[in-house]
Design a protein around this ligand. Structure first.
Ligand code: FAD
Length: 446
């Protein structure tokens, strides 16, 4: 009989925690998991999934406009926010149920409660003390809320999915992917949107040409893009919110959404009862094997602030359980992770952009193709798609692929396989095109 209640206790049933618990259970470990909110975590409950459903809803506005050029008359089209919001919540609840079933089928005990450390092998789980031989911290990240006067008047992505009603005007504060996606979502749903961000251009870290082009496209679509602008204070006047900006301008709006970053979720976790080390921003410091400075405690996902994406958290959780409970040692690979911004149009990338490739010492050739998607010709839409390949001159290896335009995330996902395998530009060129597609540009660039 083990001296512990469980072989593994996982704190947090999100992307990383659920995968780790399920795999450890499959390897025969006695596993429990605690979730203080809803099983599924950020991605399923208030991240990727509901966000993508909102993107679909919002993009339909443009599809309806474009239909006219193809001979369709769509009379009386109207949008109803409660229908979308409630349907999305139904789907989220369905997925939450599936995640719960997955855990149950793997023999994992689920505690619907908050877990905190009492000592390095003991947790307080909703008032009950539970011990475990190994503990995995998978508590994710939380949205950063600014601290200027009146900050309580705004909300974050946590609340955005459940707004009682859609505002007429909104100020989206932030320049990262979540802010940019929500600016596009609200705009498509008919809200007058201002996106304000501190840097001159949105999406720091993404290919300069693509992000500048996306910012211009947002402006052309009617989103007010306010670069180099920070909020100093918010004041409420009846139903109106007034945002005073650093340059003294006062913006009037009906709602303010913050998307200025996410910080590792470690507050009140009781890490002081362990020897787990954290970085300045609270991120749990881990080895490549996700092991913390306390040898039987591990951490995966956003709380470690390596790459804050669901597929990365899942790989880290899976690698942890295979390594520790399955005698199959492997580590999550954080190189060449493809990612996307579900903006309108979307933007996606894998590998190095031009600037990073040069700063890493590569001599590069850049191939680009800019074109008007076939569908937009009849639709009368002037938007152009941009595809880019960054190629190492010495080896001919494709270092990076980037795209801004319809279906970019779907296309880059497939291109990422070739880039991950180390394909050369010559091998891209040898690949026969699928015609007529937008993706074929990646094998036709000269
Ligand atoms: P989480 O999924 O956040 O799970 C942590 C869980 O731990 C939560 O359920 C929390 O309630 C629980 N918890 C915390 N503390 C405790 C405690 N003490 N006791 C018990 N339970 C606790 N990623 C993508 O790859 N693609 C996207 O398109 C994408 N879109 C996003 C959109 C938004 C709006 C947001 C906010 C995020 C998005 N992400 C996206 C990021 C993605 O959601 C995260 O990277 C992913 O969920 C991280 O998984 P995790 O397991 O680390 O943490």
């Amino acid at each position: 009989m083990s001296q512990f209640d469980y072989d593994l206790f996982v704190i947090g049933a999100g992307s990383g925690g659920v995968r780790a618990a399920r795999i450890a259970g499959a390897h025969g470990a006695k596993v429990a998991i605690a979730e203080e909110y809803r099983v599924g975590g950020t991605c399923v409950i208030r991240g990727c999934v509901p966000k993508k459903l909102f993107v679909y809803a919002s993009h339909l506005a443009e599809e309806l406009e474009d239909a006219a050029g193809f001979g369709w008359t769509v009379d009386g089209a109207r949008f109803d926010w409660p229908t979308l919001r409630d349907n999305v919540q139904k789907e989220v609840s369905r997925l939450q149920g599936l995640y719960g079933n997955t855990l149950g089928n793997a023999g994992v005990t689920v505690y619907n409660a908050r877990a905190t450390f009492v000592d390095k092998h003991t947790l307080d789980v909703g008032g009950q003390q539970v011990t475990a031989r190994k503990i995995l911290i998978a508590t994710g990240a939380v949205p950063v809320v600014p601290d200027f006067p009146g900050a309580e008047l705004g909300f974050t992505s946590n609340e955005a999915f459940n707004l009682p009603e859609l505002p007429k005007r909104i100020l989206v504060y932030g320049g990262g992917y979540i802010a940019t996606e929500f600016a596009g979502i609200f705009h498509g749903l008919g809200v007058e949107v201002t996106q304000a961000f501190r840097a001159p251009t949105i999406l720091r870290g993404w290919d300069e040409e693509l992000r500048t082009k996306l910012q211009d496209l947002y402006t052309q679509k009617g989103i007010h893009m306010r670069g180099g602008a920070s909020i100093v204070r918010l004041d409420k006047d009846g139903d109106v919110i007034r945002a005073t900006m650093t340059d003294g301008e006062v913006l009037e709006t009906d709602a303010v959404m913050y998307a200025i970053g996410r910080r590792p979720n470690v507050d009140g976790l009781g890490l002081d009862h362990t020897s787990v080390k954290t970085a300045k921003n609270g991120a749990i410091v881990v080895s490549a094997d996700s092991q913390t400075s306390c040898s039987h405690i591990y951490a995966v996902g956003d709380v470690t602030d390596r790459i804050q994406l669901t597929p990365v958290a899942i790989k880290e959780g899976h690698a942890f359980s295979d390594t520790v409970f399955g005698s199959k040692h492997w580590t999550a690979d954080h190189r060449l992770v493809p990612s996307a911004v579900f903006s309108q149009p979307p933007l996606a990338s894998v590998g190095l952009d031009e600037d990073t490739a040069r700063s890493e010492g590569h001599e590069i050739r850049v191939f680009r193709s800019e074109f008007r998607p076939m569908k937009f010709t009849l639709a009368g839409r002037q938007e152009r798609t941009l595809c880019k390949l960054v190629v190492d001159t010495a080896t001919d290896k494709v270092l990076g692929a980037h795209m801004l335009g319809p279906d970019a995330p779907e296309i880059i996902q497939a291109v990422a396989i070739a880039v991950k395998l180390g394909a050369t530009k010559a091998q891209f060129d040898q690949t026969v095109a699928v015609h007529p597609t937008a993706a074929e540009e990646f094998v036709l660039m000269r």
